[in-house]
Design a protein around this ligand. Sequence first.
Ligand code: FAD
Ligand code: DLZ
Ligand code: SF4
Length: 507
Amino acid sequence: MSKLILILGDQLTEDVSALASADKAQDVVVMAEVADEASYVQHHPKKIALIFAAMRKFAQRLRDDGWDVRYTQLDDTENSGSICGELLRRAEEVGTTDVIATEPGEWRLIEALNDCPLSVTQLEDTRFIATHKEFQDWANGRKALRMEYFYRDMRRKTGLLMDGDKPEGGEWNYDAENRKAPPKDVTTSPMSFTPDDTTQEVLDLVEARFSNSFGRLRPFHYATDQTQARRALTHFITHALPCFGDYQDAMLEGEPFLYHALLSAYMNIGLLDPLEVCEAAEDAYREGHAPLNAVEGFIRQIIGWREYIRGIYYLEGPDYPRRNALNHQRGLPDLFWGAPTDMACLGAAVAQTRDEAYAHHIQRLMVTGNFALLAGINPTEVHDWYLRVYIDAFEWVESPNTVGMSQFADGGIIASKPYISSGNYINKMSNYCKGCAYSVKAKTGEDACPFNLLYWHFLDRHRDRFEGNHRMGNMYRTWDRMDQDRRETILTEAEAFLDRMSNGTRV
Ligand code: FAD
Ligand code: DLZ
Ligand code: SF4
């Protein structure tokens, strides 16, 4: 009997397990643009456009390859609005009750498929290097789940940058070489693509249906198929990878991309295979085109962080994205939605997020994330924001990064201490402070950088939890050495800042 093969909008590769198990002669591929997926959060319009355009082009590729593809467009009159609804409709059409799916990247959809009144088999997603079982086995019995040790196992498993059983160059990690201050100028920019007819049609649809969402739809330059994504990969390896390591943590006004890859969305939706990406980077090193610190750093992000983050998502279960270990309850301020702000770093990160649906890791972690954590914003609202605004955001990767790494809301599963900093770090790693209305040097007073005030406010209000953390003892000793009046002034000014921010006053 024929089976339905479900391909979701972030599973766009022939290698996806549901398709790899299918029989082209009798099985039917189901793909659907549905309101439920397009609106479970108010996605950035560029993200919806990328997914719909890539879905339509992938469906055509499968048809050209001889597959029977039943594709539902968002505006089709019979569109039921949900993945399960579309499976039911196609099941009746084809005369089957059997569905093969690849496990979705979100508990919500895993549960929806389990609840769908058809016989749905969810196969493991084999696009990752570690299986669920491998990650569970690695995590079992460990007190702390530190990425670095997991990463070494992934190096051994893949053989990437290995010299026999030793790491290439003698060290596993070259991060110490990767913290250079921002360069004067940037010599490359990411590859950009002119929208083809399919993409133009999708852009018109998204403009008509999702114009109220936060984010600029046009210009749209993302790759929307595997061939284009591979060109973007080659472009990155040739022009940006050699400097990736040096400037990985740097931020520069007017340079949203620096030497970053902009490949996460392509890997996350299936247009690029993570191993293929890492192998291309390793080749560049072996050919003498890129230095080891850059290539190791890049590969670690993918086979280390990306895999580890995914492992945590599935290990911790469906309640993970809603955790709030620090009991932060403040609402997300309007400046995250583009309300004018005097903080140059935040203004820049939010503006480029609105325009590009992209910010690089340090902007996400040490500007928007750092600020939300210091200000005590409810992590569920922070999670919702990150899931909405970035082109690469899917819950399996977004929530551990946001809830765990950035907001410490999982109580320290991912981060051994909170990623917090005063303005000093941002000043060292960027040129934002030069053009800011606040003074990064001022610790108190009207023009004091809000990060400086909130940093101490955070440490003070969470003293019970963090004082005993051996990596934070220094911070508390510095705080305690300040005289009482100064401490009181800082806390009072921090409170006043938070009140102004929450009242909607421009800050
Ligand atoms: P590069 O800086 O060029 O890095 C190369 C690749 O490494 C990326 O393409 C990505 O695949 C991988 N990578 C690097 N760091 C991570 C990480 N921490 N977790 C997973 N993969 C990583 N990444 C997403 O893909 N989706 C998200 O929704 C997402 N949300 C984030 C939220 C927060 C609060 C933080 C701090 C990080 C988040 N990240 C997310 C991780 C990281 O910021 C992005 O993967 C990266 O910025 C994507 O841009 P790039 O392709 O230019 O990456
Ligand atoms: C993100 C997204 C959007 C916007 N739209 C669709 C869609 O219409 N159809 C679909 O199959 N997938 C879509 N997706 C991706 C899913 O939301 C994604 O598969 C889940 O969030 C799990 O990662
Ligand atoms: Fe950001 Fe403070 Fe620097 Fe202004 S002074 S850009 S708020 S770190």
